[in-house]
Design a protein around this ligand. Structure first.
Ligand code: HSE
Length: 412
């Protein structure tokens, strides 16, 4: 196998180091590396002769049969991958943004050119999750998948819980450690998780949704106060990517979620990823490990190269693009935080609006006294549409001091 690597960042360095030094495999030969910036200092610098700034020196090289794409982003990665297939090369990529946006086009091009693509590193980094879903769980019908698949947000939520650190300090720490996406919004607004859950749904259900149709809510509005109230009530708060089949309809969404403290996903802390899958034959499974970073991700890429070398391919099922169940149609229990003036009648107003919308309250706590106080409520099972209508009416009251927050409670 003669390999060309496009994109020489942290992961690219890890892959090159494995191929050229650490795991040297006689049949996997890295022959060219392309990156537009060859001046930047890297901690693994092979011989200069391997480098080029022109990706087409790889794409047009008839000697190279396998291209590793590690640039990220949509363009020019998309064009490079399509051109690699057209030129008879197989592809290994970690590009979740591209796969989730252009799945159909990429798979159709691979099929029409009789080429193969592998993308183990695109979801949950070092955890061999996609291979497990494809091969290990081949006999199963998967009912649901719940994933902590963004290390940065998990790290931030963990730090906020343990050290009471502010959201922005915790984010800065995660960035320093090199886990965060180039654009922090991709992590903290849940976009990276949406990309990954879209890919997971394709493999688990043969159905997925365009990223623009996936309900995506990040962790910006979660405060240390919410995390400690949740803990007192017996819950943790995690950013989850969730996908499941509800009869014949796909439910796929990303949002902060309250989980019972005893659930295994609740104990997944720091940058770790974990994916909880419910296949019908095996029963629930939990995959746990490092979802980002140089060596875990390079390990997944190297494994894909070995699989191609063995002649294996993902039998990519025909994936149907569907509109998911609208978020307003789901039902859940909710944690609600309302910031209200502390005076007689305010709680009656809030509970009155919830009652009008048929939302039943399971418990209510008011922690402080003063001008504006947080009122925390847990509801019984309710329709999201009813919660949204209630909160929008409550928030219009002159007694309410800021937009109310809701967190869905999942019982999995
Ligand atoms: N930013 C991602 C994360 C990196 O935090 O998990 C790996 O996809």
């Amino acid at each position: 196998m003669k390999i060309g690597l496009i994109g020489y960042g942290t992961i690219g360095c890890g892959v090159a180091e494995l191929l050229l030094e650490k795991r040297r495999h006689p049949n996997l030969e890295l022959v060219k590396i392309a990156d537009i910036d060859l001046e930047r200092k890297r901690d693994f610098m092979p011989d200069k002769s391997l480098f080029t700034t022109d990706a087409f020196e790889i794409l047009n090289d008839p000697e190279i049969d396998t291209v590793i794409e590690l640039m990220g982003g949509i363009e020019p990665a998309r064009s490079y991958i399509l051109s690699a297939f057209a030129n008879g090369k197989d592809v290994v990529t970690a590009n979740k943004a591209l796969l989730s946006s252009c799945w159909k086009e990429i798979m159709e091009k691979a099929n029409s050119c009789k080429r193969r693509i592998r993308f183990e590193a695109s979801v949950a980094g070092g955890i061999p999750l996609l291979s497990a879903v494809f091969s290990g769980l081949g006999a199963n019908k998967i009912e649901a998948v719940y994933g902590i698949i963004n290390g940065t947000t998990n790290y931030i939520l963990t730090r906020m819980e343990k050290t009471k650190e502010s959201f922005s300090n915790a984010l800065a720490e995660a960035q320093k450690k090199g886990y965060a996406e180039a654009c922090p919004s991709f992590d903290i607004d849940g976009i990276d998780t949406a990309h990954k859950i879209a890919i997971l749904a394709s493999l688990c259900f043969g159905k997925t949704s365009p990223v623009s149709s996936i309900y995506t809510e990040g962790i910006r509005r979660i405060t240390h106060f919410d995390i400690s109230c949740a803990a007192e009530l017996g819950y943790s708060i995690k950013l989850l990517g969730i996908s499941r089949m509800d009869k014949d309809r796909l439910s796929i969404r990303v949002h902060p979620t309250m989980l019972k403290k005893e659930h295994m996903l609740s104990s997944v802390s720091d940058v770790y990823n974990a994916v909880y899958i419910k296949p019908d034959l095996t029963g629930p499974l939990l995959f746990f490990g490092r979802g980002a970073g140089r060596y875990p991700t390079a390990s997944a890429i190297y494994a894909d190269l070995l699989a191609l070398k063995r002649g294996e391919e993902f039998c990519i099922p025909e994936v149907e693009m569907v509109e998911p169940i609208n978020i307003t149609e789901i039902t859940s229990k909710y944690y609600i935080r309302v910031q209200a003036e502390d005076m007689p009648g305010v709680l009656a107003m809030i509970s009155g609006v919830l009652a009008e919308n048929n939302v039943s309250i399971a418990s209510c706590i008011q922690k402080e006294r003063g001008k504006a106080v947080p009122i925390i409520m847990i509801t019984h099972e309710a329709r999201e549409g009813a919660i949204v209508s209630s909160l929008s009416k409550i928030d219009k009251s002159p007694f309410i001091k800021e937009e109310s927050l809701k967190i869905r409670i999942e019982e999995i």
